[in-house]
Design a protein around this ligand. Structure first.
Ligand code: S3P
Length: 448
């Protein structure tokens, strides 16, 4: 999304209990991949439940620029793909707006093609580190024609004969893993990715569904070795996108902290690489019942019944971080309403998200009277059971910072204002509408 409008402050206040049912938007990670893999496969892919937020729409537009046909037909999306190796040189820059996943995965998808692709994005995306994906692409032989200290705008040109690589992912990142695997699909031979710490596995699962030749071995220490064979024939699929657990985390925490609340969040993805926040909130004493467990398109999904609870502080183990990396901002809000200390460690990756989320959360908590300590890779929150509120939070073009602090304002003594709500549309376009229906109170905030 190119932001041409001015920042739009929004405040939330405690209007009493949240009740009713909510169906959160489709999973963002799966939606991006549905667009990309559909574009790369031969024939038609149909997608229901796609997140039609700005991030995913930017990926869809990029796929069109590369030669695929992407169309919304009623409630479904149809993607007519070009086949592996069939993308054509885009005539304009690919604009990924705010979306790191869109940009980093597409760099893998097209980086090895022997033409030039230029990647641009908004101020947040342009400040994020891309060396983590450029390093393996360079090893494949991709020329990085333009970069700005390994940041976007970036232009890539693939070599005449790309080489398959063996790559050990140096940080816990599904985006880096996916970038290398996707590049491997257009390189003859075997590409191997070693992942010491398990991260979300949607790329592996979905590629298998599309017919890729992919194998995964896990050793006794949990180190995974994933291999893909180049130049597979991928075939269009039907994809049902389940509800995004990262979006579900907002109503989940909101219902736990607003007294009297009792809600049901329907159709939530329960892939174990994504559910760390649910485990943690249950450990904190959250009244969360997992109902109606079922399998849809190879993934477990369920409905979550959530009731207001007295939460207590916990120690969140660092090894849980990859399975809840996007949920720490809203977990910190839950921790602010808990009694006692919550310690969150192993958070170095939080510094390179849509914003430096560790700093943004700490400043937001402080602005609302919550005592916390920010370390280089940890956050400690001293909860007292209630939050004064009354502060304004700088969101730094980060949707999850905006939504987390709006959730805080639903239960704090005084309203909480976020300085800009526009980025919420990247992942949760119906956020205000859905929360208003459940009883939340919002009002336009005052520009500072
Ligand atoms: C994502 C991976 C994670 C996550 C992001 C989505 C993905 O990023 O934070 O929101 O879909 O692969 P990293 O790979 O940088 O951890």
């Amino acid at each position: 999304m190119s932001l041409t409008s001015s920042p739009r402050p929004l405040a939330s206040h405690n209007k009493g209990a949240l009740t009713g049912t909510i169906r959160v938007p489709g999973d963002k990670s799966i939606s991006h991949r549905a667009m990309m893999f559909g574009a790369m496969a031969l024939g038609r892919t149909t997608v229901s439940g796609l997140l039609d937020g700005d991030d995913v729409l930017a990926t869809g537009a990029a796929m069109v620029a590369l030669g695929a046909k992407v169309e919304r037909v009623g409630a479904q999306w149809q993607i007519d793909g070009v086949g592996v190796g069939g993308f054509t040189e885009p005539q304009a820059d690919l604009d990924f707006g705010n979306a790191g996943t869109g940009a980093r995965l597409t760099m893998g998808l097209v980086g090895a093609y022997p033409f030039t692709t230029r990647f641009v994005g908004d101020a947040s995306l342009s400040s994020r580190p891309m060396k983590r994906v450029l390093d393996p692409l360079r090893a494949i032989g991709v020329e990085v024609v333009e970069h700005h200290d390994n940041r976007m705008p970036i232009a890539l040109r693939g070599p005449k004969t790309p080489s398959p690589i063996d790559y050990r992912v140096p940080m816990a990142s599904a985006q880096v893993k996916s970038c290398v695997l996707l590049a491997g699909l257009v390189i003859p031979g075997t590409t191997r990715v070693v992942e010491p710490i398990l991260t979300r596995d949607h790329t592996e699962k979905m590629l298998e569904g599309f017919g890729a030749d992919i194998t995964i071995e896990t050793d006794d220490e949990g180190v995974r070795t994933i291999t893909v064979q180049g130049l597979p024939e991928l075939r269009g699929q039907h994809i049902e996108v389940p509800g995004d657990p990262s979006s579900a985390a907002f109503p989940l925490v909101a219902a736990l902290i607003v007294p009297g609340s009792d809600i049901v969040i329907e159709n939530v993805l329960l892939n174990p690489t994504r559910t760390g926040v649910i485990d943690t909130l249950i450990e904190m004493g959250g009244d969360i019942t997992i109902e109606n467990r079922r399998i849809s398109a190879g993934e477990e999904i369920a409905d979550l019944r959530v009731r207001h609870s007295r939460l207590k502080g916990v120690v969140v183990p660092p090894e849980r971080a990859p399975s809840m990396i996007d949920e720490y901002p809203v977990l910190a809000v839950a921790a602010s309403f808990a009694e006692g200390r919550t310690e969150m460690t192993g958070l170095d990756e939080l510094r390179v998200k849509e914003s430096d989320r560790l700093a943004a959360v700490a400043r937001g908590l402080e602005a609302n009277g919550v005592v916390c300590e920010e370390g280089h890779d940890y956050l400690i929150v001293d909860g007292t059971g209630s939050v004064p509120g009354g502060g304004t939070v700088a969101t730094h073009l980060d949707h999850r910072i905006a939504m987390s602090f709006l959730v805080m304002g639903m239960a704090s003594d005084r309203p909480v204002t976020v300085d800009d709500d526009r980025m919420i549309a990247t992942s949760f376009p119906s956020f205000m509408e859905d929360f208003t229906r459940m009883g939340a109170g919002f009002e336009a905030g005052e520009a500072k």
